[in-house]
Ligand binder design. Structure first.
Ligand SMILES: Cc1cc2nc3c(=O)[nH]c(=O)nc-3n(C[C@H](O)[C@H](O)[C@H](O)COP(=O)(O)OP(=O)(O)OC[C@H]3O[C@@H](n4cnc5c(N)ncnc54)[C@H](O)[C@@H]3O)c2cc1C
Length: 384
């Protein structure tokens, strides 16, 4: 089916139906398991181990990656984003969706059995370690080396900006069999699942401006022996797998951002109702009302587009164009919404501990992480 095929679904039905109270159950679970702990996790810069386990026990880490039940995941991701903590949502999404998706999509049965039950229960934490100092938007300059050995690979390199870095039990990583300086590293790259307690793996905190609870780390791999049975997908053909997995990652990031925009707008509306300027509530001023109306209307469009993308994923039809449009628009709208929210809060929004300030810090990562907006614009242009 083409993207503009008239047989495309009417996802408004899906939004209205609310999937039999599923959204309410998700909200209740997040309210009881995450919200009371969120500030602590922000301060500790990670979700606690007991927090992971309770998320696992509640079933929130076991939702579908594909098929009709992916629509449940779309609701979960939107609600997770709607909590207003960018670091928590990134941490959970990297664990339960982005990193795990490589095993779901390309892993062997033995790899799935070894890692996924523990990940679903919140006993094993997953991280995705792709980025390097010279390899971000463009992975061709990948230098982490997977040197072939008798039993598999010896891996050496350094991965940056790894969410869940210090707590991860296993890392999905990318390494090339090309020696340094021998051309396009990505053209001979493989995906490997590496046990984080293996000899030669060291983790170093890498605090970021926002996403405080995302446990951001630099991960150094020094002569790490990785067995051939830890190869995920085809040897030297990671590029093929990345195309599919990165589309999924963009869909996930887009749905989280949709929820983030909703949270931001709710905070903004509540504030302009209460705060008075020139003797009237701030929201009485037309300039303020129109600004919020612009954001609300963009939010509604992006949210519908998000569910359309989720429907495509549920039906095995997600494409690069749709995933890129969603991630681009949703994360950039989240920045605009957070900036507006902070602006109308005045100086109180700019205070270091203000909620508006946190939303702003967190939103700024969206158009960078998981594909910078400029790269997505290139993809949107090229895939039409
Ligand atoms: C909060 C956060 C969490 C992250 N978590 C993870 C993680 O868990 N695992 C992981 O592997 N990585 C992670 N990343 C890394 C992330 O995926 C990369 O930041 C992203 O791929 C962009 O790469 P880069 O930062 O190296 O920017 P570069 O590729 O060096 O680009 C720098 C800037 O150049 C611009 N640019 C890029 N491409 C183009 C273009 N084609 N045309 C014009 N301008 C362009 C963009 O503005 C971009 O921000 C995280 C990043 C952040 C900020």
């Amino acid at each position: 089916m083409r993207r503009d095929d008239p047989g495309d679904p009417d996802h408004t039905d899906f939004l209205a139906a609310d999937h039999g109270g599923f959204r309410t159950r998700i909200r209740d679970l997040l309210d009881s398991l995450v919200s009371p702990n969120a500030e602590d996790w922000e301060n500790e810069r990670r979700i606690s181990r007991s927090g992971w386990r309770s998320l696992g026990e509640s079933g929130l880490l076991s939702l579908a990656h594909a098929g009709p039940c992916f629509l449940h995941s779309a609701i979960f991701l939107e609600e997770l984003g709607g909590l207003g903590f960018g670091g928590i949502r990134a941490s959970v999404a990297v664990h339960a969706y982005m990193a795990s998706s490589y095993l779901h999509l390309f892993g062997t049965e033995e790899q799935r059995q070894r890692y996924l039950p523990g990940a679903r229960q919140g006993r094993l934490i997953a991280a995705l370690a792709l980025t390097e100092s010279t390899a971000g938007s463009d992975l061709r300059d990948l230098v982490t080396r997977a040197h072939p050995t008798e039993h598999g690979y010896r891996v050496t390199g350094e991965k940056l900006y790894v969410a869940n870095g210090s707590q991860a039990d296993f890392l999905i990583t990318l390494a090339t069999s090309r020696p340094p300086g021998d051309g396009n590293g990505l053209s001979a790259a493989s995906l490997l699942v590496v046990d984080a307690d293996a000899d030669g793996v060291s983790r170093h905190p890498e605090p970021m401006l926002g996403w405080h609870s995302a446990d951001m780390c630099r991960v150094r791999l020094t002569d790490v022996d990785v067995g051939a049975d830890r190869l995920v997908g085809r040897p030297d053909r990671a590029l093929l797998h990345l195309v599919q997995a990165l589309d999924f990652e963009r869909l996930v990031a887009g749905m989280l951002a949709v929820g983030g925009v909703r949270h931001c707008l709710a905070l903004l509306r509540a504030f302009v109702r209460e705060h008075r300027v020139k003797g009237v509530p701030l929201g009485t001023h037309q300039a303020v009302r129109h600004r919020i109306a612009e954001l609300e209307s963009s939010y509604e469009l992006v949210r519908h587009y998000g569910y359309r993308a989720a429907w495509l994923q549920a039906n095995g039809r997600l494409d690069t164009h749709t995933a890129s449009v969603l991630k681009l628009r949703a994360t950039e709208l989240a920045v605009t919404a957070a900036q507006t929210c902070l602006q109308f809060h005045g100086a109180r929004g700019y205070a270091a501990d203000a909620v508006a300030a946190r939303l702003y810090r967190d939103a700024m990562a969206g158009p960078i992480a998981g594909g910078a907006s400029e790269l997505l614009r290139d993809l949107v242009y090229e895939t039409k």
